[in-house]
Write a protein that binds this ligand. Structure first.
Ligand code: SAH
Length: 348
């Protein structure tokens, strides 16, 4: 009989704790090292896979532990090659993660929370109540699943990771940084920090904390407006976390890390499509070295927001570029399967 409640999730144990467990059960500590490698580096989904561990020892592990691996239950493929995974967590909750293939890269876009608490008016995820934070292993598993799909469907390695799925990574900072530590560790997935980007709504005090912690991954801020009145009208977080505070935090980030920031910015008809808005963005971009991604808007059913015209985008582009700010227009991927930015809402 399985007594589910008494068995712990083995991946919640640190290596030292695992060693202690092995020693207490009369085993050599190096066995813990081997099991740890199976759990992280080789992403084992069950104890049977651990072939260099004796059968009696595997049975003993099964008596005490479970591996709460995520399950990719529904995989949808876009006509442009993008893959969206609906991922079921051990408690039955669902998040989504996306594989985005381009000529040179394969990017994993991962979720950090189930739902989101931020209520940005243009984002579909905002309509799902925030239920809980994802654990480090649940974040790690999303990356592993996409890495396996990259190899299986494209015959290419995963090259980049962006925290641009569901949720606000800086409101789940401890787990996100722990996951990144495992993703970058040679005893984990061994990926480079410079291939990882954390995207945030711009929580000032967390940006300061990241700077103090000396994190090595890239920072992206979803700006969308550089005038407080406009930003507050579409992103409620801006009321308690206004642009001046965000600017100060970014200044601190740059002083400490010497690393730049990328701003994500959608231009909408009647919302932020004037020259005054573009000039405000340019001014904000001068606070620290930065780049701008003008993201295409992905409609989310109600029609309140509409993508600005090409002419307006060109106005932004010209103003920024002629003032030395690198600006790219980012076309959406995976729109047909609701896999594009801001469309993740567990609809599949
Ligand atoms: N909470 C983090 C991570 C989400 S990233 C953040 O705010 O950065 C998702 C990105 O898609 C953000 O830049 C977000 O502002 C943007 N986005 C949200 N809804 C969108 C939509 N409908 N169309 C295009 N981009 C959208």
């Amino acid at each position: 009989m399985e007594t589910i409640t008494s068995r712990r999730d083995i991946r919640k144990l640190k290596l030292d704790e695992l060693k202690e467990f092995f020693v207490q059960h009369g085993e050599k500590p190096f066995r813990a090292q081997q099991v740890y490698e199976w759990l992280w580096m080789k992403s084992a989904k069950n104890f049977e896979q651990m072939t260099n561990i004796s059968l009696p020892l595997r049975d003993m592990l099964k008596e005490h532990f479970v591996i709460n691996h995520i399950k990719v239950d529904n995989m949808q493929r876009s006509t442009d090659g993008t893959i969206k995974n609906a991922v079921t967590l051990h408690d039955g909750l669902i998040v989504e993660s996306v594989l985005i293939p381009t000529e040179k890269r394969i990017t994993a876009c991962v979720s950090s929370q189930v739902g989101c608490s931020l209520a940005c008016k243009f984002c579909a995820t905002a309509r799902l109540k925030r239920q809980r934070n994802l654990s480090p292993d649940e974040i790690y598993d999303q990356v592993v699943a996409i890495k396996e799909q990259a190899e299986l469907f494209f015959g290419r390695p995963l090259t980049n990771i962006v925290f641009m799925g569901m949720g606000e990574p800086l409101l789940n900072y401890a787990n996100v940084t722990e996951a990144i530590e495992k993703i970058t560790n040679q005893k984990g997935l061994g990926m480079a920090n410079k291939r990882i980007t954390v995207s945030t709504v711009g929580i000032a005090k967390m940006i300061i904390k990241m700077a103090d912690d000396g994190v090595k991954f890239n920072l992206a801020v979803s700006l969308h407006a550089a005038l407080d009145k406009t930003r507050s009208s579409i992103m409620p977080i801006n009321d308690s976390n206004p642009l001046a505070e965000l600017g100060d935090a970014l200044r601190y980030w740059y002083q400490k890390t010497k690393r730049n920031v990328t701003y994500e910015y959608v231009v909408w008809k009647g919302i932020n499509d004037t020259e005054e808005h573009a000039r405000a963005l340019l001014k904000f971009c001068k606070i620290i070295p930065s780049k701008v991604n003008l993201i295409e808007y992905n409609p989310i059913d109600d029609g309140a927001f509409q993508q600005a015209s090409d002419e307006t985008l060109n106005m932004y582009m010209h103003l920024l570029e002629s003032n030395g700010i690198t600006t790219r227009i980012r076309k959406s991927r995976g729109k047909d399967i609701d896999a594009a930015c801001g469309q993740l809402a567990n609809k599949g």
